[in-house]
Design a protein around this ligand. Structure first.
Ligand code: SF4
Length: 745
């Protein structure tokens, strides 16, 4: 498959036309124009401004990712015959993409220990099965998990149910993605989210993009970066992989860009995977050596600068170059562009957070920003580029093992009860407790807990120890086939634009949108809030201080949220004003931070040096252009020129050095697992490093986590490659492509 010369462009337009033909032009137009926040990424689009419009009011703002999610929700419903026909063992032979496109789940589904197939249940029996399990065990024998696609109202209600049930075993998908951003920003600035608005990014002079590929995962950010370049600003990209969409991007809704392309990166730097701390310490060293620092800001608004300066100036260039895999001259170019920029925004994604030193990575970025006072003023600051469209909101609502003190106090005051004080468990800790048989059930609000876990064999094993797992889902995923407990229950939910009542979502810019919802596309599915309230009522009966029926009113939930969640006061008026808002106290345009002293804190992160022997490669698991998180919509990755997903992308020099050849079939091994039938592919990635697709490559990823963020190290897994046996005829299944299950439904 030929690799594209730029991102976006005609390919995105052709995809839109194909999808419109698939679901109907008018249906798709109506769906995309409805006043609902985009279902995909947290950049944010839609809401009361109307579909395909961003908070700056710009239109059209839409991308292939948004269409993929919408069209998936518009596919036909799955009939009971499908589950009578296909056994769970057969579902296990399907790829994540094939499962996603089977159709919408429309009826409650159940599989017991003896069942080989899922069978349809009615809602009454389904809800009572869950309630019976939860009533019959201790509160800390169940954990509550939420994905970042659910609404604030559903997230708030889920954590309320959990706490009134008596447990803090509450967590969400950000523990496996951006938790390090929250912890790092919290320690350095006292906040856990972006310090900038979209407008700040639009108006900055320099955008430093680290460890991510938003051309694939947040495509509309490319328009913003294009505008920065058009205004004479610059974009520095730091990424071990040369991502074509970060070199040149054709913004489909901008004719000039569509026809002639738009340069994105002014400078593209490819360090080792895990080499960011060394690299940015090198940049800081040059800034300090040239005294290009904001002395007044450092004096008045920070603490710990002198210790940090000594640490940086004491770090040798040998360590910096070896640790980063980047030469001093290139580091000097980054420093020079940074020093000359009147304002800078640093943005990062999971290339920074998916490490054992994820929090240290984040604090290293913050340190560099503090040196030149690039936080706490307009057009400058820090931007964790988050995944799911409401992953930040779910965290803000308290779907976390530890509640912020203010939220806990407000909840206890509002409810007039003492809530459980026993420490909660994060996502990996819950999985480990399940493996040890300490928890007996789990309630998963959206997402794919199995698929997002490292070490897939561990995940299957751990979840199979549970007596009951409940998934609230819209479509099938690998978790429904591989993440089963002794009893597995799937409850179909309505998608965001099918909600009977308005819901809210919080973007990565702390902007809260109101989504109007819309008519249901199918009879069976119910809203997330309705299901959670019904379960809570059955489990807690008259033992709780709230009337769960009243809490099925989203408007009532917003009244509660406005009184309990700091910064969300305006949500209580939202139904009347319909004025979307930025969460208060999150954007920093003045150098006064939310730390106890009000000052930003420098950190002294240790510099990790590249691990691994000559025979090993540092592997990172990544998303393709055809997927969003664990949801795979397309087999091919058009931006990397890959027509399939069972590939490992390596530097040509490594292929030769290891005596391999392109398209050779190999087994990739790590400390915890192996995966065979993987084709070697040459790609522009820093030598010594390689990439494979998530979630399939998770079998290779250990369950070790960053001790501070509890996030597994999905990046920087040491692997070896051994050639697979290839039959005499040179033809084999993997090369010939797997013969998929013929789905007739
Ligand atoms: S960039 Fe993100 S928020 Fe914007 S349309 Fe695409 S998926 Fe939706």
């Amino acid at each position: 498959m030929k690799q594209m010369k730029s991102g976006g462009g005609w390919a995105a337009i052709r995809y839109t036309l194909r999808m419109a033909n698939r679901v109907g032009w008018w249906q798709l137009w109506k769906a995309m124009r409805s006043k609902n926040a985009c279902k995909t990424c947290a950049l944010g689009m839609g809401g009361q401004a109307g579909g395909m419009r961003n908070e700056a009011g710009h239109w059209p703002e839409v991308c292939k990712k948004s269409l993929q999610a919408m069209v998936a929700d518009m596919q036909k419903g799955l009939r009971p015959e499908f589950f009578q026909r296909y056994s769970i063992a057969e579902l296990r032979t399907l790829t994540p993409r094939e499962l996603e496109w089977c159709g919408r789940i429309t009826t409650p589904l159940y599989a017991g220990p003896e069942d080989t197939h899922y069978r349809v249940l009615d809602w009454e029996e389904a809800l009572e099965r869950v309630a019976r399990q939860l009533r019959g065990q201790a509160p800390d024998q169940n954990f509550f998990y939420a994905s970042g696609r659910s609404s604030n109202e559903a997230g708030f209600l889920l954590q309320l149910f959990a706490r009134l049930y008596g447990t803090n075993y509450v967590n969400n998908c950000s523990f496996y993605c951006h938790q390090a951003s929250g912890v790092g920003l919290g320690r350095s600035l006292g906040t856990g989210t972006a310090t900038v608005t979209l407008e700040d990014v639009e108006k900055t002079n320099l955008f430093v993009l680290i460890g991510g590929n938003p051309a694939s995962n947040h495509p509309r950010l490319m328009r913003t970066l294009m505008n920065i370049r058009r205004r004479g600003g610059h974009v520095i990209v730091i990424n071990p992989v040369k991502e074509i969409g970060l070199v040149n991007f054709r913004v489909p809704s901008d004719l000039r860009s569509l026809l002639f392309g738009s340069k994105i990166a002014s400078l593209y730097v490819q360090p080792h995977i895990g080499g960011d701390i060394a690299l940015l310490t090198g940049v800081a060293r040059i800034v300090l050596e040239q005294n290009a620092i904001d002395e007044r800001f450092l004096r008045e608004a920070t603490e710990g600068f002198e210790t940090y300066r000594t640490h940086v100036l004491g770090t040798s260039w040998e360590t910096i170059e070896r640790g980063s895999g980047v030469d001093r001259a290139t580091i000097a170019k980054i420093a020079d562009m940074y020093i000359r920029a009147p304002s800078t925004v640093f943005g990062w994604t999971m290339g920074i957070t998916h490490h054992k030193h994820g929090v240290a990575n984040v604090q290293t970025i913050i340190n560099l920003a503090l040196l030149r006072g690039m936080v706490g003023r307009p057009c400058a600051g820090l931007l964790p580029i988050r995944g799911h469209s409401n992953v930040q909101g779910i965290g803000s609502m308290g779907v976390t093992p530890v509640l912020k003190q203010k939220i806990l106090d407000n909840l206890e005051t509002y409810l007039h009860v003492k809530l459980p004080a026993r420490p909660g468990l994060d996502t990996m800790a819950c999985m480990k407790a399940a493996e040890r048989g300490e928890v007996r059930s789990a309630l998963c609000l959206g997402g794919n807990l199995f698929g997002s876990n490292p070490d897939a064999q561990f995940a299957t094993r751990a979840l199979s120890q549970l007596e009951l797992i409940v998934y609230l889902s819209t479509t099938l995923n690998t978790g429904h086939a591989w993440g089963r407990a002794r009893q597995t229950l799937i409850l179909p939910v309505r998608a965001r634009d099918e909600e009977p009542q308005a819901t809210t979502q919080e973007s990565m810019f702390n902007f809260v949108r109101l989504s109007d919802g819309g008519p249901s596309r199918y009879q069976g599915p119910r809203s997330e809030v309705e299901i959670i309230a019904a379960l809570a009522e059955r489990v807690l009966r008259d033992k709780s201080p709230v009337d769960w029926k009243t809490l099925t009113s989203h408007c009532h939930l917003r009244q509660m949220i406005g009184q309990i969640i700091p910064g969300y006061e305006k949500i209580a008026e939202l139904d009347r004003t319909r004025e979307e808002f930025h969460v208060a106290g999150r954007t920093f345009h003045t150098p006064r931070f939310a730390t106890p002293s009000g000052k930003a804190q420098f950190a002294i992160p240790a510099i990790p040096l590249p691990a691994g022997s000559e025979q090993q490669l540092r592997l990172m698991t990544v998303r393709s252009e055809g997927q969003f998180n664990t949801v795979v919509y397309e087999e091919e990755d058009i931006y990397r020129g890959q027509e399939r997903r069972n590939v490992i992308l390596m530097n040509h020099a490594d292929i030769q050095r290891l005596g391999l050849h392109v398209n050779q079939r190999v087994t990739v091994r790590s400390a915890v697992g192996s995966i065979s039938g993987i084709l070697v592919r040459a790609f522009d990635i820093r030598a010594g490093n390689a990439l494979m697709y998530y979630p399939e490559a998770n079998v290779l990823v250990p369950t070790t986590t960053d001790p501070d963020s509890k996030t597994p190290a999905f990046k920087c897994v040491l692997v070896t490659l051994t050639p697979d046996y290839v039959p005499a005829n040179g033809q084999d299944e993997a090369a010939a492509g797997r013969r998929p299950l013929q789905l007739a439904h």
